[in-house]
Each structure stands twice: as C-alpha cells, then as structure tokens.
Design a binder for this molecule. Structure first.
Ligand code: PMV
Length: 328
C-alpha cells in the first residue's frame, strides 16, 4: 500500500468552454473527438474532502450535506476505483463535497467536482501525480474536468490515447481581464446530461463537419487569447457554440437545450456587439447563457442582462486558477 496520509481536501472551479468538447472517440476513457479550450471560473468553488477509512464497508458520497446513492454515488465510486488501482490501496472512502454556487443555477458542476476529487483522492491515497497525470485522472471522471485541473485559460490536447489526453494552461488567469456573466434562465435539471449527449454526437450528419473545423477554430481562439483580441475571440466563440448546438439539434434523437429566453439573451448580445460593445455569448449543454465581456463592460452588460425578460439571475466570474489543495 502507498504511504497514505488518508485524507486530503481540494478546491476547484468549473470552466466555460470557448471551443467545445462534444463527442468521444472512446466513451469509457473519455477520449474526445477534438481538442477544446476553456476559461476557469473564479469565485465558483467546489471543495471536496476525501478520507480513506479502513472501517468503511463501502464508499460514501455526501454532496452539499446530502448523502448520495444510486447513479451519483456509483460515478464517484467508479472514479475512486481508478485511484485505488493506481495507489494499490484497498480501502473505501468518504467523499464530502460542497459547492458555493446554487446547484439549480445550471452551471455544469461536474468539471469542478472531478478536478477537486482527482486532487483530493490522489493525495489522500498517497499518490504524487504530475500536473498532466492529474489532468488525465480528472478526465476519467468528466472530460471537461481535465481543463479545471490547470485552470486559467486551458487547452485540452486530445492526444492519441489515455497517456497524452490532458489539459495544459495556455495563459494564467491574470492574463486577460475577462468576465463571464452567467445568465440563468432556467433552474431545472437538464433532461439529457452530457455523458449521454456525447454518445449521440456521431448520429448527427453535421458532426464530421464540426470536427473538421475545430483545429482552425482552436487556432483562432488561441491567438485571440494570447493577443487579447476580443473581436476575434467573440467571432470564434459564438461560431463554435453554434456548431455544437447544430450537432445536438440534428442528432438522433435530437437534443434541444435552448428555451425562448436563451434566444432573447443571444439576440441581444449580438445587437450590443454590433453597437460596439465587447460582449459575446456561448451556451453549454443547457439553456443558460455565458456572456463573455471585457471587465470594463461587465457592470453595464450585467444591468442590461438583468432587464431582459426571462432572466432569473446573473452570476459573475473572473478567470480562475487551477485545482489546489487546501487545509482539511
Ligand atoms: O465534461 P462533460 O462530459 O460534462 O462535457 C462537457 C460538454 C460541454 O460543457 C457542453 C462542452 C465543454 O467543452 O465543456
């Protein structure tokens, strides 16, 4: 057995994809069809404590104070199996995880969840993983989680297999004063989660075309970030989001995540940009809209968004850092 400190606590942020991950070439290993690129979201925190305990007869998972069972527990337990295998450890664990952002806000929490869990569980099991190894491990829990490990502006390199499919930071959070205004138009649970959604991507006749265009869009997005070129970023971020939703809508069965309120927000963001405001929008697997703006335009944009019909809430996040260990 590895020399285990038995318990550890880690913090991680969710991330918003500027260039999306949609569709796997290997569902089990979560090896993606393409690369993707994201920004970590500061101030939205998932804090996870893992303790391996010889007295436990099974894994336990407590999320926001509530004991989990069924699919949620099984997903965590399967993930812990990877860690136990790596560490040659034969103990069950208690996992306690808390999000400081509302669960019903439609912010994908699985990225932050598995980034924090990967770090806390590997540390608790006595493993000393490199950044790349930790990102790979997080990927096995949720693909987008691999980008929350390095944080900042992070690119997931799709790789040729398990060993080289992980994310790297292309710029630190302080590189660019962007803000993500998360516009909540629906607090409900989505009907089809992303793990099931990825499996449908290949049924869309548009997926091949979408995939073929990703290297060029990744390149444009990288340049936009490195040169802090907002207009270039806006164009590629919106185009890539449209491609993903086009694939979703033309899958069998089709996936429609947007509501009329989603369209209202998108329509207005386009209008504001055409009037000269540095704003653009992107939507993940749900109806809520991430409006990306230059920090100096955030207050004006937030006020406009709050005045739109159907907007329930607006959360604000700056670029955030990577997963880190914190005091137990
Ligand atoms: O990591 P998953 O399996 O939850 O997939 C995330 C999918 C999107 O959020 C829609 C896109 C992305 O790249 O984050």
């Amino acid at each position: 057995m590895a020399n285990s400190p038995l318990h550890a606590t880690a913090l991680a942020h969710p991330n918003i994809a500027f260039i999306k991950y949609w569709g796997n070439r290997d569902d089990q290993l979560r090896l993606p069809m393409t690369g993707s690129l994201s920004m970590a979201l500061d101030g939205l925190d998932t804090v996870t404590r893992v303790g391996f305990d010889p007295d436990l007869a099974a894994d336990r998972f407590i999320l926001n104070g509530m004991e989990q069972s069924g699919a949620a527990l099984n997903r965590v337990a399967s993930f812990l199996d990877y860690v136990r295998r790596l560490a040659v450890l034969n103990r069950f664990a208690q996992v306690e995880s808390n999000n400081n952002y509302p669960s019903g806000a439609g912010i994908a929490s699985s990225a932050a969840a598995f980034a924090a869990l990967a770090l806390a569980a590997s540390k608790a099991a006595g493993l000393e993983l490199s950044d790349a190894e930790l990102s790979r491990l997080a990927r096995l829990g949720s693909g987008s989680a691999c980008r929350s490990v390095p944080g900042g502006f992070a690119e997931w390199l799709p790789g040729s297999g398990d060993a080289d499919s992980y994310a790297v930071q292309i710029a630190p959070p302080e590189h660019w004063d962007l803000v993500d205004l998360i516009v909540v138009v629906d607090r409900g649970e989505k009907a089809v989660g992303s793990s099931a959604g990825h499996k449908l991507a290949s049924t869309s006749p548009l997926q091949t075309l979408r995939v073929a265009g990703v290297p060029e869009r990744l390149e444009q997005c990288r340049i936009a970030i490195l040169e802090r070129d907002f207009e270039r970023l806006a164009q590629v971020v919106e185009l890539d989001s449209e491609w993903m939703h086009a694939v979703m809508r033309t899958s069998t069965p089709p996936l429609y995540y947007w509501t009329p309120a989603t369209e209202v927000v998108l329509w207005n963001v386009r209008a504001w940009r055409s009037q000269g405001n540095a704003v653009c929008a992107t939507v993940d697997a749900g109806p809520n809209v991430h409006v990306i703006a230059l920090a100096q335009e955030a207050d004006w944009t937030e006020a406009q968004l709050r005045a739109l019909p159907g907007v329930l809430e607006v959360l604000k996040a700056k670029p955030g850092g990577g997963a880190k260990l914190i005091e137990d």
